[in-house]
Structures are given as C-alpha cells and as structure tokens.
Design a protein around this ligand. Sequence first.
Ligand code: FES
Ligand SMILES: [Fe+2]
Length: 341
Amino acid sequence: MAFIRNAWYLACWSSDIQPGAMFKRRLLDEPIVFYRKTDGTPAALLDRCPHRFVPLSMGVLKQDNIRCQYHGLTFDCTGKCVDNPHGDGKIPAAAKVRSYPLAESQGMVWIWMGTGEADRAKLPNYDALQQREGFSTSHGYLNIEANYELMGENLLDLSHITYLHDGFLGSPEQRGADQTLEEKDGTLICKRWMPNISVPRIFDMVYRRDGKPVDMWTHMTWIPPSNFLLDTGVHEVGGQREDRGWYYGVHILTPETEKTTHYHFAAVMPPGTQLDEAQASEFSRLRRMAFEDQDKPFLDAQQAAIGDQDFWAMKPVLLTVDAGPVRMRRQIERLIKEEAL
Ligand code: FES
Ligand SMILES: [Fe+2]
C-alpha cells in the first residue's frame, strides 16, 4: 500500500523512549528501533541488521551506538557501521542501515519517513499541547486493527457520537446537527453545532451542568497526513464560550501496517476547568473507554469486513456527513500521486 512518505508522522510519545533502553515500533510497514543518545536526544534506525537481517532491537545499546547481538557489528545513530569485529575489521560498504530524521517537541517524537528534506517547519502545529500555566494534559495510546483512513473517517465525521457514544459523549438531540466543512491551507475543519441538547454525560460529570440542556460544538481539524485536533465543549443554551466547559482533543494516527494503526490521543483542559485529581482521572478513564470499548471494536470489525477489498470498489453509500471523510481521502490520494511524480 502506498503511504504519503514526505511528511512528519508521530512515532511515539516522548515517554515511550526511556534512556538506556530500545523501543521498537513498526511504522508505515517498516520496523524501526528508537533509543536515546547519551545527550538525551532520540535516534531511530531501521530495525534490521544488514548482515543477516535480525532486529537490531535484539542487540545491545553501547552509548550512542547499537551492537547487533548476533555477530557483533556496531552501528552509530546515523546507521553507519563503526565496528566489525571480524577479519581485518574492514567495514564493508553495504554495512549500513537507514536512519530516520526525528523531531522532539511537546512530549512527542515525530519521524520523517520520506526521502525529501525533513523540514521542521512542516511539523504539524500542536501548540495546544504546549506546557502552559494552568493547562492540564493527559495522553494515551491504542493499537487499532484497521487502516488509518478508516480511523481518520471516524474522527472527521463525529456524527457517530450520537450512536456509538450515546449518553456518554453523545445525546439523541444531536441527530442531524448542522455540519460545515472548511478547507484552509491544506487542512480540513469539520464543524458540528448542536444547540439545546441534553448534556452528554462526560460534560455533565466534568463541568457539573446539573443535567441542564446545553449548546454543544465539535470542531475537528485534519492536518495531513493523519493528524487531528478537536475543539469541543458546551455552554448554557444561547450562551457564550466560557473559561471552562471545553477541551482540546488531540488525535494523532500513524499507520503501522496497511491494516493497523497507532492511535495516540491526548486531552488538554484549560485553566478554568479546575478538576481535582479524582475527576481528572475519571475524565481520562471515560475518554479511553469510549475509544477502546466503543470505537475500536467497530473499527476492527470494519477492517475485518473489508479485508483486502478496495474501499471505493465496494461502492460505499455516501451521506452528507461523509463530505469531510471523502475530501480527506481524495487529498491523501492526491498527495500520494504527487509524491510518485
Ligand atoms: S546479523 Fe547482525 S551482525 Fe550478523
Ligand atoms: Fe468515536
């Protein structure tokens, strides 16, 4: 399967790569090993020794280098072989592995999977995750057994919360909500506006609305290839956005294989929210439950049903709520085609 390659993908949360340990993950169907150099900066190499192809992650970290544990070749963080313990010690020209440019910021490690220049200016904007006075952040991870575009559709078309997350993130009056789609600098913003609805449980719990009706919004932004940022909240019917009552939902997908996806999510609560520790952990627990116990089984089953068939060849029914997902799919196709030129 073709992926967009000249783009930054989220490799993992910073906390996944601990000093002195190797962390392996398959991204865009390539096995990759991550580690931290002695100065703390992360490094990434193709997780395959060029000698007999065993994973380097089964080897040993030697300061800034990895020594393959099978026959002892040692590679530095650029993938160059720096020690061959055999014969006269000459390093064969082919003894090198691919290394990947990384960028670490705001608790995330981004990886450049393409051959084009890894331009930091192209990092997706997640200023929402910046450590700021009074903001609180929590994050999590799930492995989804479905293609990242299927998962992307789930995020861009939030009409499903009325059904799949009913009474929890959704409520029945959200049916047929106004939905608009904007395109800005290559990003898509899908906005839903749901006035005068019964308050979904998660908002009632976190923002103590006493079960009173609310106006609710969800603004989901898609940044290619597979990065999402949700601005969502509630306020009193006919009211205005307040200091509390909303949060940012960060949803970042990275293809693992054609049919599996790394799903990174985070929530950023503004200073006005003022949750105590128990409420904050209940909020995180409920969100994770929605993704893990409600979204994931549907996504996994959807992929199983599609199998190896081509999505468009299956002639999916198109509804008004599909405007965003279809536009996203078309843009991904276009970007892949442009890269192939
Ligand atoms: S397989 Fe790595 S040195 Fe032989
Ligand atoms: Fe969902």
